[in-house]
Design a protein around this ligand. Sequence first.
Ligand code: PLP
Length: 466
Amino acid sequence: MNDLAPDTLRAIQHTERERFINSHPQSMALAHAAQQHYLFGVPLHWMRDWPSPATLFVAQAQGATLTCADGVRYADFCLGDTGAMFGHSPVPLARAISEQAARGLTCMLPATNAAAVGALLANTFGLPMWQMALSASDANRFVLRWARAITGRTQLLVFDGCYHGAVDDTLVDLDMASGNTLPRPSVLGQVHNHAAFTRVVPFNDLPALETALKHGDVACLLAEPALTNFGLVPPAPGFWEQARALCREHGTLFVCDETHTISTALGGYARAHRLEPDFMVVGKAVAGGLPCAVYGFTQTVAERMAQTKNAAPEGHSGIGTTLAGNALTLAALQASLEHLHTAANYDHMLDLAAVLEHGLRERIATAGWPWTVTRLGARMELQFMAHTPRNAQDVRDHAQGELEALTHLFMLNRGVLLTPFHSMLLVSPATTHDDVARLLAVFDELLAALRAPQHPQGSAPASRSV
Ligand SMILES: Cc1ncc(COP(=O)(O)O)c(C=O)c1O
């Protein structure tokens, strides 16, 4: 464990748990009360996936600051795991939502701003045609259906360690020994054999990608441009250019899930790096955190979709939900695209994220720990391994669960929130230099608590920005 004695970790963990309990009496009481009517005491069981002894109950979230039931204020670098990437309740968004709320919420008909929102989507993300959903999970599910329908192919291709939401087809793992697809053992209630229709290959592995594509039966490659849900794993230089070319060569559509990677730059990673996806999906922060997701596609794909739909019998397509594209969501989306997805916001986020990355790197190097910081625009990860991970197996091989959990709780107890799923940090337009200074000061405290041994100069950890 990086020379960290498990006893040291456990002793600090114990102290931190006591500290949380003593300083959060209201959250402790609310957690107790919520046990009576919620499974695991929370509206969604993931809300217990934090390392604190009880769930933190939120009184208010504004900008980059979250205030809990006990009145403690946190510099929020989790930002709702990207849902609030542009800050909590940005003023233009809150105003648009309250104005639309008085004019109708949902009619199953397009609101008068629908055409304008379509133009804004095209302008922001660079694809001409769009459809809407309520979550990125839904959008991914619908895109998979379209991709299979228009290509007439059954197979789906994903990368090992992927997460694209609650999308059954993608909740599979790679058996490293055989290269076969395995059902993901944690998935509940699974009865369908998705392993029969989904291939999985390691990220950054072009030969494996080519082998999976060459049968000519893969409808689409569904991928994030960098893995963000299994530790942050950036693409190797040149990987996407070749992967993209392989997809074209084998008639496989490329679906780019930008739900997290819109942290990269205005319009997302694919636009910044000219990946030219056939479909793209964006959820979570696309409408500032209001439930909304969108998927875009090329004109050629749109024509194939129209032909396929027109050729199908009347009836349910299996695509869409009643509230998708509702008037409230469209109003929020319009305000977000006009006021949040802006060059000025991204300039602030990327500049400040660079300051944070630099501060973390400096401290890690000085302390001599073999740790890494990997950054993708406004999001970064503190990784407790000496090199930038190359694929999911690399992350598995270096997992430091106890140290991660301790880092989260230690920071939370000192007014800094990290994402509970690995040590992800996100910088919003509302994040300030003071917030960054606060995080770095707490990181100094953590390093002191861990009493890092000094390593000889020259053994500083590798760090990487993308
Ligand atoms: C890349 C990616 N796609 C899709 C999703 C699903 O988003 P949602 O849970 O909002 O449906 C997630 C969730 O974390 C994600 O990280």
